[in-house]
Design a protein around this ligand. Structure first.
Ligand code: GDP
Length: 172
């Protein structure tokens, strides 16, 4: 992909998973004073010389029906999962499948599953990652070269640079 072209990234996931915090952190903004995403926000940033257009859409149930309006021309979906809400992992899988995988306008996009809030995770990271991949059924839902998993924290920022490296290195 030419460096002057834009990569369009859509951040999605359940409410409270940390989408807005991650976007703010990537933009170098304050992550303390944020409220749940209402409506949507478009942010532009650069990474390794590439321009990224990041769309942050509210994850509240009432807003999920509107997601489709933003899907056209998306290159990458960043699907955020809260590692501290394992009880919502199955809900996350259902939403991912219905709102992203089965969405005609998102056929062929790249998928980054961000396992967020790892600053709070006390257990084994490898086991956590395996569990998320398994419950989200990623091996069956998405072609192998089209997805990856990133362990990250929107608060400390760990994992975000590597995630963006992967994003800009894809073929669009
Ligand atoms: P959104 O609804 O998906 O946009 O989630 P927010 O970005 O509003 O985050 C929801 C809550 O989780 C907020 O209280 C954030 O401060 C907190 N949060 C988000 N990311 C992290 C993280 O990586 N680590 C920790 N400890 N808290 C986080």
């Amino acid at each position: 992909k030419a460096k002057d072209a834009e990569v369009r990234v859509l951040t999605l996931g359940l409410d409270n998973s940390g989408k807005t915090t991650i976007v703010k952190k990537m933009l170098g903004e304050d992550t303390q004073a944020i409220s749940p995403t209402m409506g949507f926000q478009i942010n532009t940033m650069t990474h390794a010389g590439y321009t990224l257009n990041i769309w942050d859409i509210g994850g509240q149930t009432t807003l999920r029906g509107f997601w489709g309006n933003y899907f056209d021309k998306t290159n990458v979906v960043v699907w955020v999962v809260d590692c501290m809400s394992v009880e919502r992992l199955h809900e996350s899988y259902t939403e991912l499948r219905e709102k992203v995988i089965l969405e005609d306008r998102l056929v062929g996009v790249y998928l980054v599953v961000v396992i967020n809030k790892i600053d709070l995770w006390q257990g084994d990271l490898e086991a956590l990652q395996q569990r998320v991949v398994e419950v989200l059924d990623l091996d069956n839902l998405v072609e192998p070269e089209k997805w990856t998993v990133a362990l990250a924290s929107g608060i400390t920022g760990e994992g975000l640079d590597e995630m963006l490296d992967w994003v800009v290195q894809r073929d669009y």
